[in-house]
Design a binder for this molecule. Structure first.
Ligand code: PGA
Length: 257
């Protein structure tokens, strides 16, 4: 059976202490979740304690961003070598907040993807159309462009190291509107098709994110082409995440492969 991917980006929430406490609880409740790959992406300052807390458990730790260069005059940035010092496996790249607030471009995301791969990390590339793109009915074109630009130059033999998070910008965060399952299924079909064109049938997990909650998680995971969920707010409360892990794992076990 394929693995189910369930992860959370803690954004600029939770201090190092809070992250450690959260991880300890998560390790406790997820001991028997053999079918799921669980991951947590805390802030940089919590990474050391998070990786220590997660050592020997089934929880993977990620970083929310990474500069592509190993060192240089880039005040405030964190390099792959610095992240290598911790037990970090995943690098989140191109979250919509990075793109919209910090004006990151596909070209920059591409450099980060290539650098993350070169340093042995799993790049978790986030893509998603804006509300305006959706209105113009160009979501599929936008997703294809983002994938082609951000994954440019990725060698085929490294493609299976990638993870993709499809997160419609209009569905993310407190002002987000949850996407309908039919809509999500169509976009995942497009993403899988583009990945297939780029990497000839390589198995690359595509996660859905954006206002995932206890009510919609199970129906999203049922969809073809949805290999997991990338969750914000609803995972930050450990009881709520526990419920989502339980329900989606059950659905996953009954999914036909
Ligand atoms: P949300 O966040 O689940 O709170 O909408 C998702 C994300 O930003 O990745």
């Amino acid at each position: 059976m394929k693995k189910l991917f369930l992860g959370t980006n803690l954004k600029m929430y939770k201090t190092a202490q809070q992250t450690e406490d959260y991880l300890k609880s998560l390790i406790n409740i997820s001991k028997d979740s053999d079918d799921a790959v669980l991951f947590v992406i805390p802030s940089y300052t919590a990474l050391e304690r998070a990786s220590e807390a997660a050592a020997g458990s089934n929880i993977h730790i990620g970083a929310q961003n990474m500069h592509p260069e190993e060192q240089g005059q880039f005040t405030g940035e964190i390099s792959p070598l610095m992240l290598k010092e911790f037990n970090v496996g995943i690098i989140e790249i191109g979250h919509s907040e990075r793109r919209s607030i910090f004006k990151e471009t596909d070209k920059e995301e591409n450099a980060k993807v290539l650098s993350a791969l070169a340093h042995g990390f799993t790049p978790l590339l986030c893509i998603g159309e804006s509300a305006e793109d959706k209105e113009y009915e160009i979501s599929d074109e936008i997703l294809a462009i983002q994938l082609k630009r951000c994954l440019s130059g990725v060698p085929e033999d490294k493609a299976e190291q990638l993870m993709i998070a499809y997160e419609p910008v209009w569905a993310i965060g407190v002002n987000g509107v949850p996407a309908q399952p039919d809509y999500v299924a169509e976009r995942h079909r497009t993403i899988k098709r583009v990945l297939d064109d780029l990497f000839c049938g390589k198995d690359i997990p595509v996660l859905y994110g954006g206002s995932v909650n206890m009510e919609n998680a199970a129906s999203l995971i049922k969809l073809d082409g949805v290999d997991g969920l990338f969750i914000g707010r609803s995972a930050w409360d450990i009881q709520s995440f526990e419920k989502i892990i339980k329900e989606t794992t059950e659905v996953w076990q009954n999914k036909k492969w």
